[in-house]
Design a binder for this molecule. Structure first.
Ligand code: GDP
Length: 422
């Protein structure tokens, strides 16, 4: 039988550290490849007199999917006995970092690959920093190509020690490190005979240990409205519960309009009606009083609303080709809200891979590509948000420059008043 539980993961790592090879092997070892596909590509390689590459297999599958326009090509699937896995970002995408900022925002776990031969690279550090910025807390680091290091336990321990030390400085604690050789399948679906010193989990075991959706139900309710549907005289407010839970009879406050109404019904698309819903669920609600609510509004319990202000402190990662400049207007997207915004002040600019300070307050009026900044952002109208450390989904945002997502960040801690008065 097919498991119905689903976990979204993102796989990151420096180019050539083995992401495609790893995904190919993972598909093969979980029996997720189309019948005969592997043999077909092995034959082609043989005929051409070139070695078979797992990465080519993934390229072939990807291009078949690209021709099948109807499905989302960024989503590749495999499954274990326990659940289905959706890979949010497939290897090989050109604008990889950008996809991470936009797509990985709803990944629930990450696998980060490091080449045992090359060791920790600038991108390995940048990716660690990004995962943290995006609030992905379930991380396993895969030390790949162990075969090129004679399956050395010392080499593995050294990489783990060095990378853990770096990650600690940014507050990231990976669940575990696993030594693998993607090319040969070591420690992916079964324990490696080449690394008998390894007593820990295989990659599949580690994946199955991750929790589906790290969203605690006992947080304050955050229900950003995605769409408003009208059926006759009924209005259904649709969206995904990003934190907390909601039940019929709850009194909701909608930001930024500050209107209040009571939940009359909770609707689901393919499931029976019920009296309550939890974080991670996509639902619709109807209200007892017909108040005007638009896409972008955030519903919360009246007793525990988000902040609603037009300035906040942030830590931001910039990817845009053009720098993020003081004095220019950009679009901010936070949950389902959109608002014009600009930089009010830049407190500090940090190099994302070394984490060294590049510039202090007032020294540089823009944030360059691949730089991280601590800054204050001002929005044209009040937006509803939370501190990232308290509620992740409403504590992060992206910045759009023109039509491009050019940066992403989190709402930093500060002494915010609950509501704005200016
Ligand atoms: P990506 O750019 O991260 O997707 O990396 P690829 O999957 O394309 O791999 C880059 C190269 O490393 C390819 O030539 C692979 O065959 C090789 N490679 C990947 N995994 C292993 C491994 O476990 N052992 C060895 N020896 N080579 C590997």
């Amino acid at each position: 039988s097919t498991p119905t539980e689903q976990l979204k993961i993102v796989i990151v790592g420096h180019v050539d550290h083995g992401k495609s090879t790893f995904v190919g092997r993972l598909f093969h070892d979980t029996g997720s490849l189309p019948e005969g596909k592997l043999e077909q590509l092995q034959k082609i390689a043989e005929r051409r007199g070139v070695p078979f590459e797992w990465a080519n297999l993934m390229d072939a599958l990807q291009s078949e999917r690209d021709q099948n326009i109807t499905i989302d090509t960024a989503q590749i699937w495999f499954q274990t006995k326990k659940r289905q896995y959706v890979i949010i970002d497939a290897p090989g995408h050109k604008e990889f970092l950008k996809n991470m900022i936009t797509g990985a925002a709803n990944a629930e776990a990450a696998l980060l690959l490091i080449d045992a031969n090359e060791g920790i690279q600038e991108q390995s550090r940048r990716h660690g920093y990004l995962l943290n910025l995006l609030g992905i807390r379930q991380i396993a680091v895969l030390v790949n190509k162990m075969d090129l290091q004679g399956y050395s336990q010392e080499r593995f321990n050294q990489i783990e020690k060095d990378y853990r030390a770096f990650l600690k400085t940014i507050g990231v604690e990976p669940k575990l490190f696993i030594p693998i050789a993607a090319k040969h399948g070591d420690n992916i679906a079964s324990k490696s005979a080449n690394m008998t010193w390894w007593q820990g989990a295989t990659v599949l075991e580690a994946l199955d240990q991750f929790k589906v959706s790290d969203l605690p139900d006992n947080q304050p309710l955050r229900f950003p409205i995605q769409d408003v549907y009208r059926f006759d005289d009924r209005r259904i407010l649709a969206g995904r519960i990003e934190a907390g839970s909601v039940k019929v009879g709850d009194k909701l406050l909608f930001s930024p309009s500050n209107k209040v109404s009571t939940v009359k019904t909770i609707e689901r698309w393919n499931a029976p009606v019920s009296e309550s819903a939890n974080a991670g669920e996509s639902i619709g609600i109807t209200l007892t009083e017909q108040i005007f609510v638009e896409r972008g509004a955030v519903a919360a319990l009246e007793t525990a609303p988000p902040y609603e202000l037009n300035r906040f402190k942030a830590r931001l990662f910039w990817l845009g080709r053009q720098p993020f400049k003081q004095g220019k207007i950009y679009k901010l997207k936070l949950a389902t809200q959109e608002a014009d915004c600009e930089i009010e002040s830049i407190e500090k600019i940090i190099d994302a891979s070394t984490l060294e300070t590049i510039s202090r307050e007032g020294e540089k009026p823009y944030v360059g590509r691949h730089e991280v900044a601590e800054l204050t952002i001002r929005t044209k109208r009040a937006v509803a948000f939370d501190k990232h450390i308290e509620i992740v989904p409403t504590g992060r945002f992206v910045i759009v420059d023109g039509f491009e997502v050019s940066g992403g960040g989190i709402v930093a801690e500060d002494n915010y008043p609950k509501r704005t008065s200016d």
